[in-house]
Design a protein around this ligand. Structure first.
Ligand SMILES: C[S@@+](CC[C@H](N)C(=O)[O-])C[C@H]1O[C@@H](n2cnc3c(N)ncnc32)[C@H](O)[C@@H]1O
Length: 292
């Protein structure tokens, strides 16, 4: 077990919640506070977590042919190796309490964070099922020309219990049509390298989040490892991509975000997704898993 520590990043004194629908609820606040105060233990089927990368170190990258700061925001600054590792241990321990026994956790990150997360997962007793390479064919070039151009992120997929039966929708993955993915052979097993471009302008039309994930990436995550009506949690919701996909595919959703600007962006995207897909949403609701 990892040592519990006090939350590093809970900067919202109050928790504000918003019901997008009976099946979709979002919280403005720190994940640690919401997890502790609002969500019942062992109630969540699947978690997708995209925690801070801790890569905002005042360096530069290349965007549209120009030098561009790598800084994503204060929330993404590193607090040093030990503190970053404690942060990852703490949120992963909280997720273990919220997940059902056979529930699974996805963690997404770059080399700045993903090895710490992988170690924290193993310390916590998670059983790692896969690490998936998300290859970005349109990634930015490297400006220094002294190393390879970073063009992938890693997703770790792990089961809460060492033994057990987790959800994996093998056939849907095998038969998924992935037009932009030259690695996926139609009708053949889905491999652990996914070729998916970064979000298009149309996916960002409601506002900007510096690390917004593509809908196509979350579609594979959600459809592979959850079923209709399952309850999905995103502890670091950002612009709400996980929720948009959950709503589109009839999953229930709880999202948490501590920044009010990003929270408002997620609400807009979720309301839009809900409006478009209202007929497909499952009738079940979250009431029986939220503490009150
Ligand atoms: C890497 S981004 C997630 C991006 C998201 N997957 C998307 O598609 O937009 C991480 C997010 O976590 C939020 N965050 C950081 N610490 C948090 C905490 N303790 N509780 C809740 N949200 C937090 C940040 O404000 C940021 O929006």
């Amino acid at each position: 077990m990892c040592q519990p520590v006090s939350p590093l990043s809970g900067n919202c004194a109050e928790i504000i919640s918003r019901d997008i629908s009976d099946s979709c609820k979002v919280f403005l606040g720190s994940f640690f506070d919401v997890a502790h105060q609002q969500i019942k233990h062992h109630s969540i089927d699947m978690i997708f977590a995209d925690p801070p990368y801790n890569l905002s170190n005042d360096g530069f990258t290349c965007k549209s042919g120009r030098a561009h700061s790598v800084n994503k925001g204060e929330w993404d600054r590193s607090h040093g190796f030990e503190e970053d590792f404690r942060f990852h241990c703490e949120w992963i321990a909280a997720c273990a309490n919220l997940l059902k026994k056979n529930g699974t956790l996805w963690v997404s990150g770059t080399y700045h964070s993903i090895y710490l997360c992988g170690t924290a997962l193993q310390k916590q007793g998670f059983h790692i099922l896969n690490d998936v390479c998300w290859f970005k064919p349109n990634a930015s070039p490297n400006l220094s020309c002294r190393m390879f151009a970073a063009s992938h992120e890693t997703l770790i997929w792990a089961r809460n219990a060492p033994n057990g039966k987790h959800t994996f929708n093998y056939d849907s993955m095998k038969n998924m049509v992935c037009e932009k993915d030259k690695i996926k052979n139609p009708g053949k097993q889905m491999r652990s390298v996914w070729m998916i471009p970064t979000p298009s302008k149309s996916e960002k039309c409601m506002g900007n989040h510096p690390t917004q994930k593509p809908v196509d990436l979350l579609k594979r995550v959600v459809l592979s490892s959850s079923n209709e009506g399952d309850l999905i949690l995103d502890p670091f919701m950002g612009s709400g991509t996980t929720g948009v996909v959950a709503v589109n595919y009839g999953r229930r959703f709880i999202g948490i975000e501590k920044d009010s600007g990003f929270f408002n962006l997620a609400v807009k995207r979720l309301e839009d997704a809900y409006g478009s897909h209202v007929k497909n949403i499952s009738n079940s609701n979250n009431k029986n898993v939220l503490k009150k």
